[in-house]
Ligand binder design. Structure first.
Ligand code: TXE
Length: 479
C-alpha cells in the first residue's frame, strides 16, 4: 500500500515521484511505499498551512476543543485498525499498541482539546504607576513537528495536538520508518471536520523532507523528538534563523534499587521498564543499579523473569517482545553485544538473534541482561535503545548518585526505596527531567516532560506545551 502526503485536506503523491520502501519488521518484507517528499512538497504544505492560519487562529476555543475531542473519539472508534497498522509498521506487539500506544494518541487530542479551554495568561498591575500589564498568548503561525519511530502515533500526536489547540497550523513529518498511522490520521482529521490546511503531513527521509521543514524560513517553531545527534544538527540549522525549538532526545536512564523497597513490585516493574516496546523507549531504565545486599538475589530473580518473556510475532497474543523496528537497528543492537563482550562484561541472559518460525526474516532479538564491570564502559554510556540492560551493584547512596549522574544524558531516573528522606535527597540531586519513585512511566499529561544535558531542551506536556506553541506578548496600558 502506498502512503500519500496529506496536504490541504487531501492526499497527494510526492511531486518528484520518489519513494521509500516500507518494511514490516515482523517478516522483513516490503509491504508498501512512502513518499520521499522534496522541498516543493514541503512548500505546498506550508502554503496550505499559511492560508488556513487566519481562520484557525481565530476559531473559538470551544470549536477547536470540539474538533480535537472528535479526533480523539474517532481514534478510539478505530482502535483495532490503528493498533494493527502500528504493529505491522513498527514490530511492537498488537496488544501493546491496543492497550497503550493508540489509546495514548487519543488521550493526547482529548487532553489538549480540554487544556486549551483552561489555558490562561497573566496580568500584572504596576502599583503606583497607574498601569496594568496583560500578557497575550498568541499562536506562532505555521510550526513544524518531527517525530521518531518508537512510539509513532503517540509521539506524533503529542506534538500536533497542543500545536493545533493553541491555534497554530502544522507541517508535520513522522519517521520514514513508521509512517502508516500518521497517514491514517489524515482521514480521521477530515472526518472530524478539521478545516483543510490546518494540519499537513509530509513523509520522507529526515535529511530531505525533515531538513526542508527545519530550513523553511517561515516555519517559526520546531518541535522534535529523536536521536541526540539529529537534535544537535536541527539546533545548528534552526538557531541562526531564531526559531523556537523544543528537543526531546535520547536517554540512558538509571533504575536505582535499594534493599528497603517493595521487592515484588520493583521486580515486575523493572522487567517492564527494561523491555517494554522491545526496550525502544527513551524512558526505559537501561542501567540498573542494585544495592549490594540484595544484588545476588535480584540478579537470579530478574534473569529468571526475563527468560520467561516470549519473543514472537507481534500479532500473537502471548508475545511479550515483538520485532525490533528495522534491520539496521537490529544490527546496531547486535553490535552492542559484541562491544559488551570485548569490554569484558558478562552476558547473564539473551544476546542472540531469535528466529521465529514462519517469519525467519523478521528482526527479533532476545531480551538481554549484561553484568557491567564499570560505569564508564560504552555499554553504560551510550544509548542502545533496544532490549539490552546492564546490572551493577552499589554500596552507598553517594556512590550510586555519582554513577547515575555520570553520563551525558539526563532524561529520566527511577528510584526504588521506602525511605522518604532518601527519596527527597536523591530526587533533588538526580540529573534528570523526570524522576519516578516506586513506579515507572506513570504519566499525568499535565506534568512537564523533557530532559536535561544531552537529553534535550525545553519541556512538553500540559501548559508547558501550550506555552511553547504560543508567543507571549505583553501589553502595558497606562490609565
Ligand atoms: O532517529 P532520528 P533514528 C535515538 C535512538 C536511535 C537513534 C537514531 O538511540 O537509535 O536515536 O534513531 C527525522 N532534519 N532515538 O535514526 O534520525 C527523522 O526522519 C530534520 C531516541 O530513527 O533522530 C525522524 O522523523 N529531521 C528517540 C526523526 O527525525 C530529521 C526516539 C527522528 O529520527 C533529520 C528515536 C534532519 N536532518 C530514536 N534527520 C527518543 N528520544 O525517543 C532525521 N530527521
Amino acid at each position: 500500500m502506498n502512503i500519500k502526503n496529506y496536504i490541504n485536506g487531501s492526499f497527494h503523491n510526492p511531486l518528484n515521484n520518489e519513494w521509500i520502501n516500507n518494511f514490516c519488521p515482523a517478516n522483513g518484507e516490503v509491504y508498501g511505499k512512502t513518499p520521499n517528499s522534496s522541498k516543493e512538497d514541503v512548500e505546498n504544505a506550508y502554503i496550505a498551512a499559511k492560508s488556513a492560519f487566519p481562520i484557525w487562529s481565530q476559531t473559538t476555543l470551544d470549536e477547536r476543543s470540539r474538533i480535537l475531542i472528535k479526533i480523539s473519539e474517532l481514534l478510539e472508534a478505530n482502535l483495532d485498525r490503528f493498533a494493527e497498522a502500528e504493529s505491522k509498521d513498527n514490530g511492537k506487539p498488537v496488544s501493546l499498541a491496543k492497550s497503550i500506544n493508540i489509546p495514548r494518541a487519543a488521550s493526547n487530542f482529548r487532553f489538549f482539546g480540554n487544556a486549551i479551554t483552561q489555558f490562561a495568561s497573566e496580568s500584572h498591575e504596576s502599583v503606583g504607576q497607574n498601569a496594568i500589564n496583560y500578557t497575550l498568548r498568541q499562536p506562532i503561525g505555521v510550526v513544524g513537528c518531527i517525530s521518531p519511530w518508537n512510539l509513532p502515533l503517540y509521539l506524533f500526536t503529542w506534538k500536533i495536538a497542543p500545536a493545533l489547540a493553541a491555534g497554530n497550523c502544522v507541517v508535520a513529518k513522522p519517521s520514514e520508518i513508521t509512517p502508516m498511522t500518521a497517514y491514517l490520521l489524515g482521514e480521521i482529521c477530515n472526518e472530524a471536520g478539521l478545516p483543510k490546511g490546518v494540519l499537513n503531513i509530509v513523509h520522507g527521509w529526515g535529511t530531505t523532507t525533515g531538513q526542508a521543514i527545519v530550513e523553511h524560513p517561515d516555519i517559526k517553531a520546531i518541535s522534535f523528538t529523536g536521536g541526540t545527534v539529529t537534535g544537535a544538527h536541527i539546533a545548528r540549522t534552526a538557531a541562526p534563523m531564531f526559531k523556537k525549538l523544543s528537543l526531546e532526545l535520547g536517554g540512558k536512564n538509571p533504575n536505582i534499587i535499594f534493599a528497603n523497597c517493595d521487592y515484588k513490585d520493583m521486580l515486575e516493574t523493572t522487567v517492564r521498564s527494561s523491555f517494554s516496546n522491545q526496550g525502544q523507549i527513551c524512558l526505559c531504565g537501561s542501567r540498573i543499579f542494585v544495592e549490594s545486599t540484595i544484588y545476588d538475589k535480584f540478579k537470579v530473580d530478574f534473569v529468571e523473569k526475563v527468560k520467561q518473556l516470549k519473543v514472537g510475532h507481534p500479532s500473537e497474543h502471548s508475545t511479550n517482545i515483538g520485532a525490533l523496528v528495522s534491520k539496521p537497528h537490529l544490527e546496531k543492537i547486535m553490535g552492542y553485544v559484541e562491544i559488551a563482550k570485548n569490554e569484558g562484561n558478562k552476558i547473564l541472559c539473551g544476546g542472540q538473534k531469535v528466529t521465529v518460525k514462519g517469519f525467519e526474516n523478521g528482526y527479533y532479538f532476545e531480551p538481554t541482561v549484561i553484568e557491567a564491570k564499570t560505569n564508564d564502559c560504552k555499554l553504560n554510556q551510550e544509548e542502545i535503545f533496544g532490549p539490552i540492560v546492564t546490572l551493577m551493584s552499589f554500596e552507598s547512596e553517594d556512590e550510586v548518585l555519582q554513577m547515575a549522574n555520570d553520563v551525558k544524558y539526563g532524561l529520566s531516573a527511577t528510584l526504588w526505596t521506602n525511605d522518604l528522606k532518601r527519596t527527597m535527597r536523591m530526587s533533588n540531586q538526580l540529573q534528570a527531567g523526570i524522576v519516578w519513585v516506586n513506579t515507572w512511566m506513570m504519566r499525568d499529561l499535565r506534568t512537564p516532560f523533557g530532559g536535561v544535558k544531552a537529553s534535550g531542551v525545553g519541556r512538553e506536556g500540559g501548559f508547558e506545551a501550550l506555552r511553547f506553541f504560543t508567543e507571549a506578548k505583553n501589553v502595558c496600558i497606562k490609565y
